[in-house]
Design a protein around this ligand. Structure first.
Ligand SMILES: [Zn+2]
Ligand SMILES: [Zn+2]
Length: 250
């Protein structure tokens, strides 16, 4: 602290100078930080998780597997209802990465993991809210266009209008959800035909449109359903119902 000023933002300091060395004085929660410009700074941590994150960032290391809950909130539930936890497991069966159960993206590194079912869910499908990070909800698109569906989500409530390219997809999915309800990340989604109020006050069914409704907890840190996640999953189901035309090679 050459300047002698007391600062409480580590990140601000990082933006201004490149960190050359970082060492922690054990038990005291104090960090001594050497910058490229010759500055020497002394930092005291005010919470263990933040300090761990900061020191990792400074040292350029991958996130350690310990302290899952402190890594962030917003964890979804697996198909069987177990609450997933943050994981960066990359050993054994995960050496070559993992595949998101919902969007099928093949990835490596951090994700939500149900350790019982070995279900992996990516942070695109269920964003992680890291401590000290601004809410991501505001950045989320409310209208998402997929191959087979367009999802128009209400900005503040857990409901969306889903428009299907092929009206038959809607009908077969509605029938499917009666047999096996749609649950994504532990959130039960009620899907029915979309009715719209007409000029004469009556309500009429809109062909090829469905209305999806779910309980979206307001509390910060709880798992929420994004328009994109719903779109990706419904698109996948539609693709399954309408396989790509196979071009015969012979
Ligand atoms: Zn995913
Ligand atoms: Zn599970």
């Amino acid at each position: 602290m050459r300047s002698g000023r007391l600062q409480c933002s580590f990140q601000a300091a990082q933006e201004k100078c490149r960190v050359r060395s970082l060492c922690s004085a054990r038990h005291s929660g104090m960090f001594i930080l050497g910058a490229e410009n010759g500055d020497l700074q002394v930092w005291q941590r005010d919470d263990a998780a933040a300090a761990a994150r900061l020191s990792r960032r400074a040292q350029g290391l991958a996130a350690p597997p310990s302290g899952a809950s402190s890594m962030g909130t917003g964890a979804p539930r697996c198909n069987l209802g177990h609450l997933c936890t943050w994981s960066a497991r990359a050993d054994g069966e995960y050496v070559r990465g993992w595949r998101c159960n919902l969007c099928h993206a093949k990835r490596k590194g951090e994700r939500w993991l149900c350790t019982v079912c070995k279900d992996d869910l990516c942070f695109d499908c269920f964003p992680i809210h890291r401590p000290g990070e601004r809410k991501t909800a505001e950045r989320d698109a409310q209208v998402v266009n997929g191959k087979w569906v367009q999802v128009r989500k209400h900005s503040g409530m857990g409901c969306a209008v889903v428009e299907f390219t092929d009206p038959q997809h809607r009908d077969s999915l509605l029938a499917q959800f009666v047999r096996e309800p749609l649950v994504l990340g532990g959130i039960y989604i009620d899907v029915k035909v979309h009715m719209e109020k007409q000029a004469d006050g009556t309500r009429a069914e809109i062909p090829g449109c469905a209305f999806a409704g779910w309980k979206q907890p307001k509390e910060e840190g709880t798992c929420k359903l994004r328009a994109r996640t719903l779109q990706v999953y419904l698109d996948r189901l539609c693709s399954k119902n309408a396989p790509e035309p196979v071009i015969a090679l012979d």
